[in-house]
Design a protein around this ligand. Structure first.
Ligand code: CO
Length: 132
Protein backbone atom coordinates (compact mmCIF):
# COMPACT_ATOMS: atom_id res chain seq x y z
CA UNK A 1 0.00 0.00 0.00
CA UNK A 2 1.34 3.39 -0.97
CA UNK A 3 -0.54 6.67 -1.00
CA UNK A 4 0.72 8.93 -3.82
CA UNK A 5 -0.59 12.29 -2.73
CA UNK A 6 -3.70 14.06 -1.54
CA UNK A 7 -5.85 14.21 -4.66
CA UNK A 8 -8.64 16.26 -3.15
CA UNK A 9 -10.42 17.19 0.06
CA UNK A 10 -14.21 16.77 0.04
CA UNK A 11 -16.22 19.53 1.68
CA UNK A 12 -19.91 19.11 2.49
CA UNK A 13 -21.88 22.27 1.69
CA UNK A 14 -25.54 23.18 1.94
CA UNK A 15 -25.51 25.45 -1.09
CA UNK A 16 -22.92 24.87 -3.79
CA UNK A 17 -23.66 28.24 -5.41
CA UNK A 18 -23.02 30.15 -2.20
CA UNK A 19 -19.90 28.12 -1.43
CA UNK A 20 -18.55 28.70 -4.95
CA UNK A 21 -19.20 32.40 -4.66
CA UNK A 22 -17.23 32.68 -1.42
CA UNK A 23 -14.26 30.65 -2.65
CA UNK A 24 -14.27 32.59 -5.92
CA UNK A 25 -14.89 36.13 -4.74
CA UNK A 26 -13.18 36.08 -1.34
CA UNK A 27 -10.46 33.43 -1.67
CA UNK A 28 -9.80 34.10 -5.35
CA UNK A 29 -10.22 30.48 -6.49
CA UNK A 30 -11.41 29.26 -9.86
CA UNK A 31 -14.44 26.97 -9.40
CA UNK A 32 -15.23 24.28 -11.99
CA UNK A 33 -18.57 23.70 -13.66
CA UNK A 34 -21.10 22.05 -11.36
CA UNK A 35 -21.66 18.35 -12.05
CA UNK A 36 -24.67 16.20 -11.22
CA UNK A 37 -24.05 12.84 -9.60
CA UNK A 38 -27.61 11.49 -9.51
CA UNK A 39 -26.61 8.01 -8.30
CA UNK A 40 -25.16 9.59 -5.13
CA UNK A 41 -27.82 12.33 -4.96
CA UNK A 42 -25.15 15.01 -5.13
CA UNK A 43 -24.08 18.08 -7.03
CA UNK A 44 -20.32 18.56 -7.02
CA UNK A 45 -17.80 21.18 -8.14
CA UNK A 46 -14.01 21.37 -7.90
CA UNK A 47 -11.43 23.99 -7.07
CA UNK A 48 -7.78 23.43 -7.98
CA UNK A 49 -5.16 25.02 -5.74
CA UNK A 50 -1.81 24.19 -7.35
CA UNK A 51 -2.69 20.54 -7.81
CA UNK A 52 -4.61 19.98 -4.58
CA UNK A 53 -8.31 20.06 -5.22
CA UNK A 54 -11.27 20.82 -3.05
CA UNK A 55 -14.46 18.97 -3.94
CA UNK A 56 -17.71 20.63 -2.92
CA UNK A 57 -20.46 18.13 -2.20
CA UNK A 58 -24.02 19.40 -2.04
CA UNK A 59 -26.80 16.89 -1.33
CA UNK A 60 -29.74 17.09 -3.72
CA UNK A 61 -31.94 14.88 -1.54
CA UNK A 62 -32.54 14.39 2.18
CA UNK A 63 -31.46 10.75 2.05
CA UNK A 64 -28.07 11.48 0.45
CA UNK A 65 -25.21 10.36 2.73
CA UNK A 66 -23.93 13.93 2.64
CA UNK A 67 -27.28 15.19 4.00
CA UNK A 68 -26.79 12.94 6.98
CA UNK A 69 -23.26 14.27 7.46
CA UNK A 70 -24.48 17.87 7.39
CA UNK A 71 -27.34 17.05 9.79
CA UNK A 72 -24.97 15.50 12.29
CA UNK A 73 -21.88 17.68 11.98
CA UNK A 74 -22.82 20.67 9.89
CA UNK A 75 -20.92 21.83 6.81
CA UNK A 76 -17.20 21.19 6.53
CA UNK A 77 -14.59 18.58 5.73
CA UNK A 78 -16.28 15.36 4.65
CA UNK A 79 -13.42 13.21 3.35
CA UNK A 80 -9.79 13.22 2.25
CA UNK A 81 -8.96 11.54 -1.05
CA UNK A 82 -5.57 10.00 -1.74
CA UNK A 83 -4.37 8.90 -5.13
CA UNK A 84 -3.16 5.31 -5.47
CA UNK A 85 -1.79 3.18 -8.30
CA UNK A 86 -4.43 0.49 -8.21
CA UNK A 87 -7.70 0.83 -6.29
CA UNK A 88 -8.68 -2.85 -6.64
CA UNK A 89 -5.35 -3.98 -5.20
CA UNK A 90 -5.51 -1.41 -2.43
CA UNK A 91 -9.06 -2.47 -1.49
CA UNK A 92 -8.04 -6.14 -1.36
CA UNK A 93 -5.03 -5.33 0.79
CA UNK A 94 -7.11 -3.17 3.15
CA UNK A 95 -9.74 -5.87 3.57
CA UNK A 96 -7.02 -8.42 4.27
CA UNK A 97 -5.57 -6.16 6.96
CA UNK A 98 -8.95 -5.74 8.61
CA UNK A 99 -9.83 -2.21 7.47
CA UNK A 100 -13.53 -1.64 6.84
CA UNK A 101 -14.54 -0.36 3.43
CA UNK A 102 -17.77 1.55 2.85
CA UNK A 103 -18.46 -0.46 -0.31
CA UNK A 104 -16.74 -2.21 -3.21
CA UNK A 105 -14.48 -0.19 -5.55
CA UNK A 106 -16.64 1.63 -8.09
CA UNK A 107 -16.48 4.25 -10.81
CA UNK A 108 -16.30 7.79 -9.43
CA UNK A 109 -17.82 10.92 -10.92
CA UNK A 110 -14.72 11.67 -12.98
CA UNK A 111 -14.46 8.21 -14.53
CA UNK A 112 -11.75 7.00 -12.14
CA UNK A 113 -12.14 4.02 -9.86
CA UNK A 114 -12.63 4.91 -6.19
CA UNK A 115 -13.22 3.24 -2.85
CA UNK A 116 -13.99 4.63 0.62
CA UNK A 117 -12.54 3.44 3.95
CA UNK A 118 -14.80 3.83 6.99
CA UNK A 119 -13.79 6.45 9.57
CA UNK A 120 -14.05 3.69 12.17
CA UNK A 121 -10.88 2.16 10.73
CA UNK A 122 -8.96 5.38 10.11
CA UNK A 123 -9.30 7.13 13.46
CA UNK A 124 -12.15 9.34 12.46
CA UNK A 125 -11.49 10.34 8.84
CA UNK A 126 -13.52 9.14 5.87
CA UNK A 127 -10.78 8.29 3.36
CA UNK A 128 -11.33 7.95 -0.38
CA UNK A 129 -8.77 6.20 -2.55
CA UNK A 130 -8.74 7.15 -6.19
CA UNK A 131 -7.07 5.48 -9.13
CA UNK A 132 -4.21 7.54 -10.60
CO1 CO B 1 -14.11 12.77 -3.25
Amino acid sequence: MKLDKIEHIGIAVKDIGEASEFYQDVLGCQVSQEMDVPERKLKIAFIDVSGVKLEFLMPTDDDSVVSKHIEKRGEGIHHICFQVDDVEKAAAELAEKGAELVDRPRMGAEGKKIVFIKPKSTHGVLIELRQR
